[in-house]
Unconditional design. Structure first.
Length: 354
């Protein structure tokens, strides 16, 4: 496959992002990446769809211009425009898809539609060339928790997923219970790091959801996750601490107990998947993938098996256009171009998912 240069556009939620990549799916060079974060949502403790859409309208043109300038190229040097078309907030996605189609049409370039979660699979590849199939993938974000077996690009076997809250959503909700800022992942990780680690047990040891000792691969919940019950357990712990006036003293311990429960659950699920499918590589993606404690736990668990764990840096674990452009290179190679009727879709399976 000849080397290509793609402009990527990402507007699925609350990040307005544009990027330029150059190369092939097996050798990608990131030439620029611009991410405009919508911090206004912190005021509401979560993303407000209407505000997100309006912010994208304001930021999309400056983001794309900045990405092209940073890469030192113009639209004449771009071979195609890759854009997130699903899943996400429809209003937010419409800003990206509409602008991408207009920009591409104006300059006579094709549009490559990209699934947001497939983009997260390619994000780690931008920094780690060995993060290529076959591998076990854990995609963990505010809206998704997916455990996949990836024998090759474009073929994705869904092994498990959350049955209720996504893990990132659980972090955000627990952070709110603890009086921490939104988004909650980083604040909880930082607070949990300050908690004491008793030699025997933990003062806030929460049950690990869907982790039965005698579980077998044929069980329906062998790979699946559930975090709603864990979130409720934290709620009760917070209320009890409030009754006794000890919440300030126990806040770090509760955060540590919650994070440990999440990490133990995810680590075991990933280990089961990698062992069953004989995968030596683990690839993380999504906003929660940059959690340092999660990365350490996985690397320790797979050390005895000689497994490699690849995780993106925080900049590439968040929603960003570089990963969309990277996935776009692969889809371009398959001649998967959008028609003028391309539109946004709130929910859509990853192409090639089985």
């Amino acid at each position: 496959m000849a080397t290509l240069r793609l402009l990527g556009i990402e507007t699925s939620c609350d990040e307005t992002s544009a990027a330029v990549v150059h190369g092939t799916p097996d050798a990608i060079t990131l030439e620029s990446l611009v991410i405009l974060s919508q911090d206004v949502h912190r005021l509401f403790g979560g993303v407000v769809p209407e505000i997100a859409s309006r912010q994208h309208l304001t930021g999309i043109v400056p983001a794309v211009d900045a990405a092209l300038n940073e890469a030192g190229v113009s639209m004449a040097d771009i071979d195609a425009v890759a854009v997130t078309h699903a899943p996400g907030l429809v209003g937010a996605l419409l800003v990206g898809t509409s602008y991408a189609k207009t920009l591409a049409f104006t300059h006579g370039k094709p549009v490559v539609p990209v699934h947001h979660m497939e983009g997260h699979l390619f994000a780690t590849l931008l920094e780690h060339p060995n993060a290529a199939p076959p591998f076990t993938a854990l995609l963990v974000s505010g809206g998704h928790t997916l455990l996949l077996d990836v024998p090759e690009w474009g073929t994705y076997r869904l092994l498990g997923q959350t049955r209720d809250d996504a893990v990132g959503e659980a972090f955000d909700k627990v952070a709110k219970l603890l009086g921490l800022p939104y988004p909650g992942g980083r604040p909880i990780e930082q607070l949990a790091a300050t908690a004491e680690s008793p030699e025997y047990g933990h003062p806030h040891h929460f049950a690990r959801p869907m982790l039965r000792k005698r579980a077998v691969v044929t069980d329906a919940d062998y790979y699946d996750c559930s975090f709603s019950g864990l979130k409720t357990a934290v709620l009760y712990a917070v209320r009890e601490a409030e009754k006794t006036g000890t919440l300030d003293a126990q806040r770090a311990s509760i955060a540590r107990g919650f994070q440990d429960a999440v990490i133990d659950t995810l680590t075991e699920k990933v280990y089961r998947a990698a062992k069953a499918h004989r995968r030596g590589r683990i690839v993380l993606g999504g906003g929660v993938a940059c959690n340092g404690a999660l990365q350490i736990a996985l690397r320790e668990r797979f050390a005895s098996r000689g497994g490699d764990v690849f995780a993106p840096t925080p900049r590439l674990s968040t929603d960003n256009a570089a990963m969309i452009a990277a996935a776009g290179l692969y889809r371009f190679g398959r001649s998967e171009f959008a028609s003028p009727t391309l539109t946004a879709t709130a929910a859509l399976p990853i192409p090639g998912l089985s």
